[in-house]
Design a protein. Structure first.
Length: 118
């Protein structure tokens, strides 16, 4: 078993890996009125939140907007399948289909690394 010093080091490094992207300005994708999630998007820096807006008409997705946002409210304003859904996140390039998967991969990799050390 590891000594107490290594256990504290493990906790500090794991917290650093998880918190690092949130401690600086975020990088977010931007694309206004995109037709799908694979549309040509640009990257924007120094964001507070990454935002994804989905517009629906009669329950059908009509457009996507990826933006860099300074504040975040996540309304779900759908009336009979028409309206807008907003999602915000706080990891680099998280307003993509793969953003959440990337963060989970970092956490799993750090956990696996330190499990091997134990």
């Amino acid at each position: 078993m590891l000594s107490v010093t290594f256990q504290y080091l493990y906790i500090v490094i794991l917290c650093y890996i998880i918190a690092l992207p949130a401690s600086k300005g975020l990088k977010c994708y931007e694309c206004v009125e995109c037709q799908n999630e694979n549309a040509n998007r640009t990257e924007s820096s120094n964001c507070t939140y990454c935002e994804t807006k989905r517009k629906y008409e009669d329950y059908e997705l009509k457009s996507l907007t990826f933006t860099c946002a300074s504040d975040c409210s996540q309304p779900l304003d759908l009336n009979n399948g028409t309206g807008e859904a907003v999602e915000c996140c706080t990891q680099d390039l998280c307003n993509s289909a793969n953003g959440e998967k990337f963060m989970m991969a970092k956490i799993l990799l750090a956990t696996a690394f330190f499990t091997i050390l134990m």
